[in-house]
Design a protein. Sequence first.
Length: 344
Amino acid sequence: MALQVGILGATGAVGQRFIQLLEDHPTFELAAVTASESSAGKRYGDAAKWRVNTPIPNDVAEMEVGRTDPADVPDDIDLLFSSLPSSVAAEVEPEFLEAGYVVSSNSSNDRMAPDVPLTIPEINPGHLDLIEVQRDERGWDGALVKNPNCSTITMVPTLAALDQFGLDRVHVTTLQAVSGAGYDGVTSMEIIDNAIPHIGGEEAKMESESRKLLGTFDGAELALHDAEVNASCNRIPTLDGHLESVFADLKEDASPEDVAAAMRDYPGIDLPSAPEQLIHVFEDDFRPQPRLDRERGDGMQISAGGIQATDRGVKYNCLAHNTIRGAAGASVLNGELLAEEGWI
Ligand SMILES: NC(=O)C1=CN([C@@H]2O[C@H](COP(=O)(O)OP(=O)(O)OC[C@H]3O[C@@H](n4cnc5c(N)ncnc54)[C@H](OP(=O)(O)O)[C@@H]3O)[C@@H](O)[C@H]2O)C=CC1
Ligand SMILES: N[C@@H](CC(=O)OP(=O)(O)O)C(=O)O
């Protein structure tokens, strides 16, 4: 039987991606959509300024938008996806958790909280057991799981593959698409014929979230990975797809061929939205490119290329679709993991 799901912040850019990804989902059935007070009570098709590249599903267009309040969401919802602004999510997500809902959230609040699993199903599925710690400490009946920031999720699978050679230090420079800032984030006058060498808060997120994702959980506490991570984040005029140049210092010798094989062979996971192969490695040094490669694996595959030796390890480029693998797709995959592991 299908699991009933809802979306908090369903009218926004990420909320619309959720709707797109949940259309025809094999196990999840969309049963509730919420947004701000100004959208509540309206027909979804009237409240949302639909901007996703597939038509709005007819049944969703006819749904009534609810208030983002546990009292306004049906009790029989099995799982809520959250794509609220993080300041709003920080206030309302705890209310849903206290009310017993399970929430798979894309918002950045609480990602680094010691009792909140920050999960990429292929990388650290075992961290989901932090939910037990979370329930003990917070007294919640529900459960909160987060997916990482879109730039972090682009790089971390490649670092996980490298860790068999002893990941020591990482320097990463990003070239991030405008969709990451949302529709109103960067004006066309700011970004056309330009690049902006700063994205507020992004560097600190990459530096901390990556160490949590690669960390170890002993059943009681999560220890961060001890690698040093330094990030420099830049906005460029691509629409979707974050491209990143990574320099990784390794404790053990590894040739570019060893690194390519480790990335190619990194295991995937058997979940409906997961790509068959997690990391595609290009032989062509001109790839990956945002426009050509962001849709690989329905937007869920990570691409890498240009792997070369350095004095201390390797350098390479990697890419992922920032609003699919980096946002809504990541939350849906976490939801699928919650279902697979029996949390919902
Ligand atoms: N844009 C992107 O590509 C990415 C975004 N993110 C993160 O995802 C989250 C959502 O981003 P995005 O979709 O771009 O944001 P949007 O501004 O496009 O959408 C925000 C959503 O939250 C709702 N909302 C706003 N304020 C309130 C409130 N006070 N109470 C209830 N609902 C409210 C909005 O409803 P209404 O329409 O009624 O205003 C809308 O549905 C953010 O945390 C963002 O940082 C992460 C990765 C990528
Ligand atoms: N900051 C990211 C998108 C984003 O909203 O990230 P987060 O999920 O950490 O809030 C970008 O600009 O591309």
